[in-house]
Design a protein. Structure first.
Lengths: 276, 288, 433
């Protein structure tokens, strides 16, 4: 009896959850579907869902017009590079905040977060002039640095909250055994921190990948990532839903696939200390 | 407890992050402050001298200023409200036993991976277009007059687009928090015959308060900077001009760097008011 | 390190002396419309001829403007060639931010460029940007729907006729809207249309003392006419429709008339994209009998920012892209209908090109626009659908937002005009007029 109720409830839950999940996912699905239609089919009335002549033509057109691989490669380098450098800088900082807290630790942490509130448009002109001065315009190095700085507070914060959850007793036990600071980090903390670092890494790759203000305003041809790629498809002449969909799919596919494959790792550390 | 030795080591370890962020904050801030006291018009020859507080007065006294602050707060508040409420409900739902949980979770988090520009373009053209958009087809199917989303309900439309992007984030954090809830406690209350609603009110919600604060804090930081969604959809028309967008218009469209910089300083002040307010709450929660 | 750099520089200098035609890589910022994309496809021809290669930065119009303006104002030097319009060219040229194009070879035949285009892209007689394509605006209408409404479109109609025809052609149940006009806010969107239309109603942006004129009865008449017309005979969501949205509607057969850029003629008559390709007629933009028509003048042109290291190669590119030979090249590959229009006299003298149905109307429209004398009453500025001062883009975009909101029914015509007047006065004061 009880079992039957559970099964029925489970079925109901499943039905509701799947409907909502599909509803939320639908815009992406619709974009992907539209990218395989012709322009005329894309605006067909009534809309065509699955039964149309699937074509790869839009992808061919987009690839012919812009060198997708170059944009993709720039995105990979900039998003990946800024995240890795950010983590290298943030790990020691977060570690010391979590394990050697002082009275000011919390203030420093909150101050770091507050630097993220600097409105980007307000400081575009100063940064632009600075970039000209330093020869960093349209370079991957320049963008990597900026994105690293933008995301550093989030990285520190995430790592800090994660490190804090590592029980202090383990450390004390290790200290009693006479482990040096270096060993303490290397053999005890690192293995425990890996899930948190992995999740931080993933979240920040996503944030850097999707950053669309600095990446657009500080690049021209050489360092332009996928956000600039999409800016050339936003409203060309005439019918463009299918081409827009193809370009959109190409812009989001890599990060979507990465996100899906690593969602377990992403979710595990994405707590920001919310769980206690 | 910590030794002097480890304290100084800790300070050294913190130094790179602190120094970098200090530089990232101070250099642009100083330059922005510097420009904000100048008449600086790049298209009219650049630096035209010091003007004191003229830019600050002009920016605030412009008829666009207060509406833009209001719009900013409505967008941030609206998105927070929607994502937190739907996020809690969705998290509770996903926490129930169901088939294909992993796949549903993948579907739900997907919007978070979509760049803001792409999501704005897709929503604007393929859903909200009053002639060819899917919503228009849907409305017509039910015999209704299609809604002109971006002109008739512009703020709502933008809030909807942004909420769609941030709902996954809220859901994920809240889901992790719910999963950490002691299931024995819940079952005990179920046995006691507590109705679902009071179970939600007395056990789940208090347990989630910390997670909700975190969601609010992190999202606010990003929402104050919302730009692409407005640039692509309404370009600030129909009362969708946020403070960020107003500054963008001053700096880039009018090329008035002095005025825009003064606006930037106001935006920093606004952001910090919001930040102090939020951090009070978060700070309290972090202590507990 | 320093030594290496100097050695390299030395080598470059010597190489430059020995062989002036070193192969360069040019970075060109351009807009993502059909003609420009076609040019990108043909770049190989340029590379074959000169050895230079090209890196394209193709951006949507608004993003492009923002990027190139930012770059030239801050002297960022990211681009060797920028695609700019008739609005930017005189302002930037006057500031010496652009390389003067006064030493192009005879074979380029500068005199062949249409006088209206040449005038709009020059400062004191010196050309600062070479037109890649030029346009005016005109009426494109559906011949079948016009006939069904029992009307005949004159070559030079009045606004009264157009309004009447639009109302008669409208059939909202079948999604036929009598007239599609720009409503999306922006100085290059609804304000381009409204400023040009206003000219035919006797409006002006400023009087001779640079006082804003939105409190004039003419502006009220213009705006009321426009909003009433679109409400009764326009498509839904008109206040968010720009050039692209209207083009798409027209191609789907949902517009009876459309007053917009002459370049659209080749898109609406192209059977690959347009469902109404064989049913389109053309007429001059309307007037009200005051002596000015509501058509604008615009060119997308290629300019070289001053200070680029690759000036010589950049000039070679501009010579190639805006030459007569380029027009022939496009014609041989894609047909005459796809040649970038509106730049050269010789194109309109070409008998092959004269067969194109919209060729004559395009030329007539271009010739009937006069940027130096755009309005009924005298004005202190140059420009038909814009005012060639640096502040205009910012002001007009905000005014456009007020007008767009009025079109959407969120405020009255009077409120929109009062706000437009106030904000224009405010900005002009800030700019020091």
């Amino acid at each position: 009896m009880a079992r039957a109720v559970t099964t029925r409830r489970k079925a109901l839950n499943t039905l509701i959850a799947w409907s909502i999940g599909l509803l939320i996912f639908f815009p992406i699905l619709w974009t992907i579907l539209t990218s395989f239609k012709t322009e005329a089919q894309a605006i067909n009335d009534p809309p065509l869902f699955l039964f149309f002549d699937w074509t790869l033509e839009n992808y061919a057109v987009v690839q012919e017009r812009s060198d997708y691989m170059r944009f993709l490669w720039n995105s990979v380098i900039i998003a990946g590079g800024s995240t890795v450098i950010g983590i290298l800088i943030a790990v020691p900082a977060a570690w010391s905040m979590a394990f050697v807290p002082s009275k000011r630790t919390k203030d420093i942490l909150l101050w770091m977060l507050s630097t993220k509130m600097l409105p980007a448009v307000g400081v575009l002109y100063p940064i632009y002039l600075l970039f000209i001065e330093l020869g960093l315009l349209d370079t991957r190095v320049g963008l990597t640095i900026v994105l690293m700085l933008i995301n550093l507070p989030i990285i520190v914060w995430m790592l800090y909250t994660y490190f804090k959850e590592i029980p202090g007793e383990i450390l004390e036990a290790a200290r009693m055994d006479g482990a040096a600071l270096k060993e303490e980090i290397l053999y005890i903390l690192t293995p425990m921190a890996v899930p948190g670092i992995a999740s931080t890494l993933l979240l920040n790759i996503i944030l850097a990948w999707n950053e669309a203000f600095w990446t657009l305003n500080l690049t021209a041809a050489k360092a332009a990532p996928l956000t600039a790629f999409i800016a050339s498809y936003s409203s060309p002449e005439g019918l463009f839903y299918a081409k827009l969909s193809a370009a959109s799919t190409m812009a989001i596919a890599p990060i979507l696939i990465l996100g899906w494959f690593s969602q377990k790792q992403l979710v595990r550390g994405l707590t920001f200390g919310a769980v206690k | 407890m910590a030794t002097q030795h480890s304290r100084s080591a800790a300070r050294i370890m913190m130094a790179p992050a602190v120094v970098l962020l200090l530089g990232w904050m101070l250099i642009p801030l100083t330059m922005t402050l510097y420009f904000s006291f100048k008449k600086y018009l790049p298209l009219r020859g650049g630096d035209l001298g010091w003007v004191g507080f003229d830019n600050y007065v002009r920016f605030v006294s412009s008829s666009a200023f207060w509406p833009s602050v209001q719009t900013t707060l409505i967008i941030v508040g609206g998105v927070l409200l929607i994502t937190v409420i739907l996020g809690v409900l969705l998290a509770i739902l996903l926490d129930q036993p169901l088939w294909g949980q992993g796949i549903v979770r993948i579907l739900v988090i997907a919007p978070f991976f979509v760049m803001p520009t792409v999501s704005a373009l897709v929503w604007k053209n393929m859903f909200m277009d009053p002639v060819n958009g899917l919503f228009a087809h849907l409305w017509k199917f039910f015999g209704a007059q299609p809604v002109e989303w971006l002109s008739d309900a512009p703020l709502f439309s933008i809030i909807m687009i942004v909420s769609w992007q941030w709902l996954p984030f809220a859901t994920l954090i809240l889901l992790t928090a719910i999963q950490s809830l002691d299931s024995e406690q819940l079952e005990a209350s179920e046995m006691d015959g507590a109705p679902p609603l009071s179970r939600f009110g007395y056990i789940i919600l208090p347990h989630l308060s910390r997670a909700i604060t975190i969601v609010v804090l992190i999202q606010t930081i990003f929402l104050l900077a919302v730009f692409a969604e407005i640039f692509v959809t309404t370009q600030g028309s129909f009362g969708t001009r946020t403070l960020t967008y107003l500054i963008f218009q001053r700096v880039l469209e009018s090329q008035n760097v002095g005025l825009g910089s003064a606006g930037g300083v106001y935006a920093i002040i606004l952001a910090n008011i919001v930040a102090i307010f939020l951090m009070r709450i978060v700070g309290k929660n972090l202590d507990s | 390190m320093a030594f290496h750099t100097r050695a390299l520089l030395g080598a470059c200098a010597v190489a430059a002396l020995c062989a002036p035609a070193t192969a360069e890589t040019l970075t060109i910022a351009t807009v993502n419309n059909g003609d420009m994309i076609r040019m990108q496809g043909l770049t190989q021809d340029f590379t074959d001829k000169t050895g230079h290669t090209v890196e394209w930065v193709t951006l949507e119009e608004n993003v492009l403007r923002q990027r190139v303006t930012q770059d030239i104002a801050a002297k960022g030097g990211q681009f060797d060639i920028m695609t700019i319009g008739m609005y930017e060219t005189p302002i930037w040229g006057k500031q010496d931010w652009l390389v003067a194009l006064d030493d192009l070879p005879d074979s380029y035949d500068t005199d062949d460029i249409l006088p209206a285009m040449r005038g709009g892209l020059s400062v004191d007689g010196t050309l600062y940007a070479a037109p890649f394509y030029g346009e005016s605006s005109m009426i494109m209408y559906r011949t079948d729907l016009m006939e069904k409404a029992g009307l005949e479109m004159p070559d030079a109609p009045t606004w009264e006729f157009v309004a009447d025809a639009a109302r008669k052609m409208t059939d909202k149940d079948n999604e036929i809207y009598g007239i599609c006009l720009r409503g999306k806010a922006g100085w290059g969107e609804n304000m381009a249309f409204l400023t040009a239309t206003g000219n035919s109603f006797g409006t002006r942006w400023f009087d001779e003392d640079w006082k804003p004129q939105f409190d004039s009865p003419q502006w009220k008449e213009t705006l009321t006419f426009y909003i009433d017309l679109l409400n009764e005979a326009g498509p839904p969501g008109a206040s968010t429709n720009g050039f692209n949205e209207n083009l798409s509607l027209f191609q789907q057969g949902k517009c009876g008339m459309w007053i917009d850029a002459t370049v659209a003629a080749s898109f609406v008559t192209n059977p690959d994209d347009s469902t109404v390709a064989d049913k389109v007629g053309f007429a001059l933009a309307p007037d009200t009998g005051l002596g000015k028509r509501g058509n604008w003048l615009w060119a997308w042109a290629l300019a070289i920012p001053a200070g680029t290291q690759k000036e010589a190669a950049a000039k070679e590119f501009i010579e190639w892209a805006t030459s007569k030979e380029y027009l022939d090249l496009v014609a041989s590959k894609e047909g005459w209908a796809n040649v970038p229009p509106g730049t050269r006299t010789s194109l309109y003298e070409n008998p092959e090109y004269a067969k194109i149905p919209f060729a004559k109307m395009t030329l007539d429209s271009i010739n009937s626009a006069d940027p130096t004398n755009p309005t009924v009453d005298p004005v202190p500025y140059i420009g038909v659908q814009f005012v060639a001062i640096p502040e205009f883009a910012g002001i007009a975009t905000q005014v456009g937002q007020e007008f767009s909101a009025a079109l959407a029914g969120q405020q009255t015509v009077d409120e929109a005009l009062a706000k437009a007047q106030a904000l224009t006065a405010e900005e002009m004061e800030a700019a020091g007029y």
